[in-house]
Design a protein around this ligand. Structure first.
Ligand code: FAD
Length: 494
């Protein structure tokens, strides 16, 4: 197990036994456990381990309810018996939030996966929390609509997980945060009560907007069993271009120009550095997909996506931008997608960064937001700190403690990802990086978690981004919803 600050098991929770398992099996037949041999430890590993293989729980029971009522009964049983529960969606979270810290029961939502309704006039989709994001988006595509969220883990993550983490993703710039597009939720509360807040209204000023509390609550105050979300029309014309650039200053200038030239059709502006690009190239080479993309490579890259309803109009705008960038030598080189295959392959240069980093080693992932102008300075400070600590040589070496430090992210939202690719997770590296990284974010009045959440990884550091009154209020909210502290313990606020 790695993670020097993992809290010890609390005796306030009942240890799950065979008797509890039998009761849970009577409620939900899709229950797996090592306690009665219905699953091996190996089979439970994919539920106990996180996506980064950094956090490893010891849960012996996985319950996979098929209906909201089953979720409700499971929670009621656990509440009455003092058993701690971790809700789990697609298990793609990056802060150790979706796995047990000790022996919590894993309540996996993957069997709760039905689309409930879609209104083609309003664009309101109502679907179970366990629907996979890509499945929801494919369903909407057939109807000419789009899910207002997209991210690299779309093939595995659940829409309930997305709402629980308030995921940001690749098109927040265009469609805004889930706090705006989610219209309603159905939630099972820690004591088993079902809260039906599945509103389909855009406007509703009748008191506190309770659903907002669940958006980004990371499974600590309720289990999201269904969501109602406003989905925009799918743009009929989409384009993507990727540029190589010589400096971070150039990326910022291109961002300003892109906003000016493209206006409302700009749907994503992403950036990545040469270290990120090198990781992706290596990963592609290893998988036989190597291809030369740029004649002139740069220290930085940016990806610009447009989406509109009139191809000619969009192309005129995009061509105008490209000519302007080339004429003014603001970019070194650029590629504009010519067809849908190239559209995907250009996007993959950016989307593959997290996966490629994961293949290259054990990754310390930091997801922060700071003013755009200060973003890349954090990566440089981090490299300097690691060199000073003697674990990074130059830009990284394949056999060194640190193989690469990559910076990339959602430039349009001031959201930076720093990935420190290490030979293996060690306390030595963690101590050099944390809390230093949070200190430099706080110095810049940034957020220590822009979109991934707090989980177990960042729970102890919340004070770097939230003041005491905020933390006190959060603790009171947790107490109100979950007085026994059974839901996703040891995380979020501790
Ligand atoms: P899980 O990982 O299963 O759970 C995450 C948290 O939510 C846990 O605390 C869990 O307890 C809770 N939870 C899950 N489902 C429910 C539910 N139904 N009710 C209550 N609580 C629940 N994130 C971004 O924001 N933007 C990105 O661009 C992005 N890109 C990614 C790319 C890759 C390759 C990967 C692996 C991850 C990326 N992520 C990104 C992180 C992750 O995919 C998101 O946080 C996602 O929203 C998690 O969804 P999930 O279903 O996998 O949730």
């Amino acid at each position: 197990r790695h993670g020097s600050h993992l809290p010890p098991r609390s005796n306030q929770f009942t240890q799950p036994t065979k008797e509890h398992l039998d009761a849970l099996k009577a409620i939900s037949s899709s229950t797996l456990s090592t306690l009665d041999g219905s699953a091996t430890e190996e089979e439970l590993r994919s539920f106990n381990d996180d996506w980064m293989n950094k956090y490893h729980g010891k849960g012996s029971i996985v319950v996979k309810p098929k209906t909201t009522e089953e979720v409700s009964e499971v929670m009621k049983y656990c509440y009455d018996n003092g058993i701690a529960v971790v809700p789990q969606g697609g298990n793609t979270g990056l802060v150790g939030g979706s796995n047990p810290v000790h022996d919590e029961i894993i309540l996996n939502l993957s069997n709760l996966n039905q689309i409930r309704s879609f209104d083609e006039v309003s664009g309101v989709l109502v679907a179970d929390g366990g629907v996979i994001l890509e499945t929801a988006d494919h369903f909407l595509a057939e109807k000419g609509f789009i899910f207002p969220l997209d991210l690299g883990a779309k093939g595995s993550c659940h829409i309930g997980g997305n709402v629980s983490t308030n995921a940001g993703g690749l098109r927040l710039l265009r469609y805004g945060s889930l706090h705006g597009s989610v219209l309603g939720l159905e939630v099972v509360l820690p004591d088993g009560r079902i809260w039906n807040g599945l509103s389909k209204l855009r406007k509703d000023n009748t008191g506190f907007d309770i659903k907002q509390l669940f958006i980004g609550s990371e499974g600590t105050i309720g289990i999201i069993t269904a969501i109602s979300i406003l989905c925009p029309r799918r743009p009929s014309a989409m384009n993507v271009a990727v540029f190589s650039l010589e400096s971070y200053e150039a990326v910022q200038k291109v961002f300003a120009e892109a906003k000016g030239h493209l206006g409302e059709i700009l749907s994503a502006f992403e950036f990545f550095d040469k270290q990120s690009y090198a990781l992706v190239k290596k990963h592609q080479e290893e998988n036989g997909g190597e291809r030369k993309v740029f004649e002139t490579e740069g220290d930085f890259y940016c990806l610009i996506e447009t989406g509109g309803s009139n191809a000619e109009h969009d192309e005129a705008k995009l061509t105008g931008l490209l000519e302007h960038l080339m004429e003014n030598e603001m970019v070194l080189d650029g590629v504009l997608a010519q067809d849908s295959t190239q559209f995907q392959s250009l996007w993959s240069l950016r989307e593959l960064v997290p996966e490629s980093a994961g293949k290259a080693g054990s990754v310390y992932k930091y997801d922060v937001s700071v003013p755009v102008g200060k973003m890349y300075g954090l990566v440089e400070k981090m490299r300097a700190k690691l060199r000073e600590g003697g674990v990074l040589e130059g830009d990284g070496k394949s056999e060194g403690p640190i193989r690469a430090v990559a910076g990339y992210g959602h430039m349009g939202d001031g959201n930076l990802h720093i990935n420190i690719v290490a030979n293996k997770y060690t306390d030595e590296i963690e101590k050099i990086v944390e809390p230093y990284i949070y200190e430099i974010v706080a110095e810049n009045e940034g957020s220590i978690s822009a979109e991934h959440g707090l989980g177990v990884m960042k729970a102890p550091y919340i004070g770097y981004s939230k003041n005491e009154t905020s933390i006190e209020l959060m603790k009171q909210i947790k107490q109100l919803f979950d007085p026994k502290g059974l839901l996703n313990p040891y995380k979020y606020i501790v």
